[in-house]
Design a protein around this ligand. Structure first.
Ligand SMILES: [Fe+2]
Ligand SMILES: [Fe+2]
Length: 288
């Protein structure tokens, strides 16, 4: 495969063909990080986007929440389910069209990428909440979006005959290393850049940028740790696939910083598997 010598701007330029993240969802993600987000403003942002609202309400009315009556609008959903929950549902509903797509060149199916992304979000949320080291809500969004850089890169790999997986396996190198050789940048770097270009807060873009190298993260290291550990757990549990396993370098310093020993790691992994199974059932039911 020939080497592309392009700037990050050029590399992400083709993503204009991809479905954009709805601006209502971006506002909701931004507010999750700031302290001034209110139930009213989340409901208001959502009300500007009818299709996003419809998807959020479908998720809210799934059997998972077991509501005795159906919620009919975002305002009501916030009252019944709480602000945090509705924010997360908005993020799920908004990112699904972006993440449920085939990653050409990586040989990843839409279902696998979505499952891996969703699982990493749920795992990062669980770790942040359990270890009390970061905002669970922000960890969820960063985890969910951690591999968006691959979506941007796969557009360049669409008509290539040799897949990244074959080359990576033969050379026994990680995908990120291979990406740097081919594109001059890896998917983590590109993902962080893409998140910034959508005006997402640095609490989301930095963990995306450093999800493979959390020890290098500067301001939001705990969030990067949570995403990194959740990513590894999702791979160990083989939930979905995103074209990284088995060439994945795990940074054990992330565990040390989060205060997770071997026993806690196993406990978290078991909880993670259960939490994912429940959320996946909710998602499948509402998507059906
Ligand atoms: Fe990655
Ligand atoms: Fe991943």
């Amino acid at each position: 495969m020939s080497v592309l010598n392009l700037s990050i701007e050029e590399l992400i330029s083709k993503t204009t063909d991809l479905p954009a993240l709805p601006s209502a969802a971006i506002q909701v993600m931004k507010e999750a990080e700031s302290s001034n987000g209110s139930a009213q403003s989340v409901a208001r942002h959502l009300s500007y986007d009818q299709s996003l609202t419809a998807r959020v309400l479908r998720l809210a009315n799934s059997a998972y929440y077991g509501l005795s009556r159906k919620v009919k609008d975002p305002q009501e959903a916030v009252v019944v389910l709480g602000l945090r929950c509705v924010r997360s549902l908005a993020v799920i509903a908004a990112t699904y069209p972006f993440l449920a797509r085939p990653l050409r060149g990586y040989e990843v199916s839409p279902e696998s990428l979505w499952q891996h992304s969703f699982a990493t979000g749920i795992g990062a949320q669980l770790i942040a909440g359990e270890m009390k080291t970061a905002s669970p809500e922000v960890a969820f969004t960063a985890g969910l979006l951690h591999n968006i850089g691959k979506v941007a890169l796969s557009v360049w790999l669409e008509n290539k005959v040799v897949g990244m997986k074959d080359i990576a396996e033969r050379a026994n190198v990680g995908f990120d290393q291979l990406e740097r050789q081919l594109f001059g940048h890896d998917h983590a770097e590109i993902g962080g850049y893409l998140a910034e270009s959508w005006n997402l807060p640095s609490a989301i873009s930095e963990p995306i940028q450093f999800h493979h190298r959390p020890s290098d993260a500067k301001v939001h290291q705990s969030l990067a740790d949570c995403v990194h550990i959740a990513d590894a757990m999702a791979m160990e549990l083989q939930i979905g696939y995103s074209g990284e396993w088995p060439c994945y370098e795990f940074d054990r310093e992330a565990l040390v910083r989060q205060g997770i020993d071997d026993q806690k790691f196993e406990e978290l992994k078991a909880e993670f598997a259960k939490a994912f199974a429940k959320h996946d059932a909710m998602f499948k039911e509402s998507a059906a």
